[in-house]
Every structure is written in C-alpha cells, then in structure tokens.
Ligand binder design. Structure first.
Ligand SMILES: O=C(O)c1ccccc1NCC(=O)[C@H](O)[C@H](O)COP(=O)(O)O
Length: 216
C-alpha cells in the first residue's frame, strides 16, 4: 500500500538572516525571497545575494517575481534555484526562464485550472493562491480549497492564509505537493517568528502522520 508522501514546506517573504536560520532549523524545504519592489517583504538584488549565500544545500531558494524584466530575473538567477512567477507572465515568457520555475495562479472566480495547467505545462508546479483585487500575493487570506480538482494535471503548491491552525485541514483537503506560508509565520511583514515557523512545520508533520495512519 502506498504511503502518502511528505508534504513539502515553503516559507516565503524572508528578509533576515535569523529567519533563514530558523526556517532551515525547523525543516523548511524551500525559502522564498520576494523580488517585487511593491511588497513590504521585498529584497533587492544585493540583499538577495547576501541572504541566498546563507541557505545550505538541499534547501531550495525561490525567487518571487511579478511581471518583471528578463534582465532583472537573469541578474537574480545565479542566487536562486527556482523562480516563482506571480504576475501575468505568459507561458512563453516563463518558458524562457533561466531557471526551473513555478507559476502562481490567483484563485479568482471562474479560473480554469485545467486550462492553466495545460498552458503552463513547463512549470514544476502550480502555486494556487488567494485572489484579492489589486494585491498580487501575500494576502493572508484563504480560498475554498475544495475548488482545487483532485485530477489537476500539475503538482500543487497550496498558498494563501495558511497557519499552524489550518494547515492540517488544508493538507487533508488538497493533499498538495507542498504548502506555502508567509503572513502566518510572521510578526510583521518580512519579520518572521521562529516559534510560529516551528508551529507551522509541526502542524504539517502532524497532518502527514495522520494521513499515514489512515493509509495503514
Ligand atoms: O508575500 C508578498 O508580499 C507577495 C507580494 C507580491 C506577490 C507575491 C507575494 N507573496 C507570494 C507568496 O508566495 C506568498 O507566500 C503567498 O502569497 C502566501 O502569502 P500568505 O497568504 O501571507 O501566507
């Protein structure tokens, strides 16, 4: 009988060395750095280089962009392992990326996830996030996880308003490849709290353990 895989965890919106250390120590699989200057969690290229150098092997460094130039993305790429396109980037734009990439899709009413999965077939995953008009991401809001079809032909990274309190239900509902959190583990935008990060990772591990017990 197959054993449910471990749910991967991305901690996003990191701006401080101590928060990188806390996320790595808690067992995060990926760390997200927001390169979009309109975010309160944004880092610039120089800061990215400094923070990226602190990330150990086997932890994925994710750079997050919103409709930014290929030249800027190329300048950031040496410090990143994975690109997250969080704007209206076309499949052609994404396919030209200098690194493996994931596409963020904001769950606005009427979105056709099957069509999007076909359009962005080159993505290493689809990050499904809450939709809030005028706010590209980091909303701190959830969406109806039941809207995600189990048959979606793409690895799902679930995002949007996740916390230690709701992540188990999110995993049981969606059974995503990974979960992504930003606001749910911070005291203020870009300022993470180690205890909240630990609580979140423990919530993910408890959810996975429960699914394993159910499978046996
Ligand atoms: O985090 C931001 O400030 C942000 C700004 C603009 C585009 C995307 C942004 N974050 C993308 C992420 O991957 C977040 O982790 C995701 O939206 C979930 O955020 P939250 O609801 O706060 O957990």
């Amino acid at each position: 009988m197959s054993v449910p895989r471990r749910t991967r965890v991305k901690i996003c919106g990191l701006t401080r060395a101590e928060d990188i250390d806390a996320a790595v120590a808690a067992g995060a699989d990926a760390l997200g750095f927001v390169l979009w200057p309109g975010s309160k969690r944004a880092v610039d290229l120089e800061h990215l280089a400094e923070l990226s150098a602190r990330v150990p092997a086997f932890v994925t460094r994710v750079g997050l962009f919103v409709d930014q130039s290929p030249a800027f993305i190329a300048a950031c790429a040496p410090h990143l392992d994975l690109l997250q396109f969080h704007g209206d980037e076309s499949p052609t734009f994404c396919a030209a990326a200098p690194r493996p990439w994931i596409k963020a899709l904001r769950m606005r009413d009427g979105i056709d996830l099957h069509a999007a999965a076909a359009d962005y077939a080159g993505a290493r995953g689809l990050l499904l996030d809450a939709y809030k008009p005028g706010v590209p991401g980091g909303t701190g809001e959830t969406f109806d996880w039941a809207r995600i079809p189990a048959s979606l032909a793409a690895p799902v990274i679930l995002a949007g308003g996740l916390t230690a309190a709701n992540v188990a239900e999110a995993i049981a509902t969606v059974r995503p490849l990974a979960v992504d959190v930003s606001g749910g583990v911070e005291l203020a935008p870009g300022i993470k709290q180690a205890e909240l990060i630990g609580d979140f990772l423990r919530g993910v591990m408890a959810a996975d353990d429960r699914l394993r017990r159910m499978a046996n």
